[in-house]
Design a protein around this ligand. Structure first.
Ligand code: HSE
Length: 301
């Protein structure tokens, strides 16, 4: 039998909620095709779309390593053999949850192949381990929305406590990836591990405001709340044209603008698909003028 799974890209942090908020987009995403094989063990048959950057060696590749880890946890690693094809349809190191999408697709596929022994809640910790392998920390704010869909809040990490939050009907995201590489590992090392209490108060006011706004479908409150005073000033340095892109987005009516995940992708939130498209196009045109290639995606949240 063959199992095919698509897992979506995700916008972690939702601008104000570092490591605790994230949402899935409709496109792009990664695809895993998994087939049974006679011999026990997990092997990678093929990876496409990665420009040869990802390891094919099963113990080094995040997807196969996580699948193997799950088989071991279920005590069936010596009996089950699977072969994996990974088709990446999004850039690596982009701030779009690329590693998370691959990991979630792989773990979802093996779970389906085994007849769904695990619930999504039980599958999630394995996905988090994948993130730890990929970038050194087990943040769940990409894997949770990639697995559950929609918007998720990571209320706690130990133990994992994930809350799904409703998506306001009109909320649309414009995501632009300027083609420069910013590995999450590096983007995490850059940020300070101490914050001032007064800044923390501002930030958690914004996070609480955003969560309330999502439930109330209050777009003005979304706009007021989706601001990041803690991380953005530091990480923006790694993103070419960041403040110029922000100005373009806000000028065209974005509710909010900020970094997607650890960057360099950026996200503009809107309540209108046409506005979102206009913002993506204008930002991409601006980047082109500055000799930076980019990809743009518009998606319901
Ligand atoms: N919350 C993580 C970070 C997401 O900002 O580093 C990484 O995609």
């Amino acid at each position: 039998p063959e199992v095919r799974v698509f897992a979506p890209a995700t916008v972690a942090n939702m601008i104000c909620g570092f490591d605790i908020l994230g949402f899935a987009v409709e496109q792009p995403g990664d695809e895993v095709i998994m087939r049974r094989k006679q011999q026990p063990g997990v092997t990678i048959k093929e990876i496409t779309g990665d420009d040869g950057r990802l390891p094919l060696e099963p113990s080094k590749n995040t997807v196969s390593a996580c699948v193997q880890y799950l088989l071991q946890a279920l005590n069936i690693a010596s009996k089950v053999g699977v072969e994996i094809e990974l088709h990446k349809h999004m850039p690596i190191g982009s701030g779009l949850g690329s590693s998370a999408a691959s990991t979630v697709a792989g773990l979802f596929a093996i779970n389906v192949m085994l007849g769904n022994p695990l619930t999504k809640e039980e599958l999630l910790p394995f996905c988090v381990e994948g993130e730890r392998l990929a970038c050194g920390t087990g943040h769940a704010d990409n894997v949770a929305p990639a697995l559950y869909g929609g918007i998720t809040l990571i209320r706690g990490n130990e133990p994992l406590d994930v809350v799904s939050i409703p998506s306001p009907k009109e909320l649309v995201a414009a995501v632009v990836f300027p083609q420069v590489d910013v590995p999450t590992r590096d983007a995490r090392q850059l940020i300070k591990d101490k914050v001032l209490l007064k800044d923390a108060v501002t930030q958690w006011g914004n996070i609480a405001g955003l969560v309330a706004a999502l439930f109330k479908e209050d777009y003005d409150l979304i706009s007021r709340s989706m601001k990041d005073i803690l991380i953005e000033p530091t990480r923006a340095i790694l993103i070419p044209q960041f403040y110029e892109m922000k100005e373009i987005a806000l000028k065209h009516g974005a509710l909010s603008f900020g970094i997607s995940g650890s960057g360099p992708s950026v996200v503009a939130m809107t309540r209108d698909e046409q506005i979102a498209q206009k913002i993506a196009d204008s930002i991409q045109a601006h980047l082109k003028e500055n000799e930076i290639e980019s990809f743009g995606y518009v998606s319901k949240v």
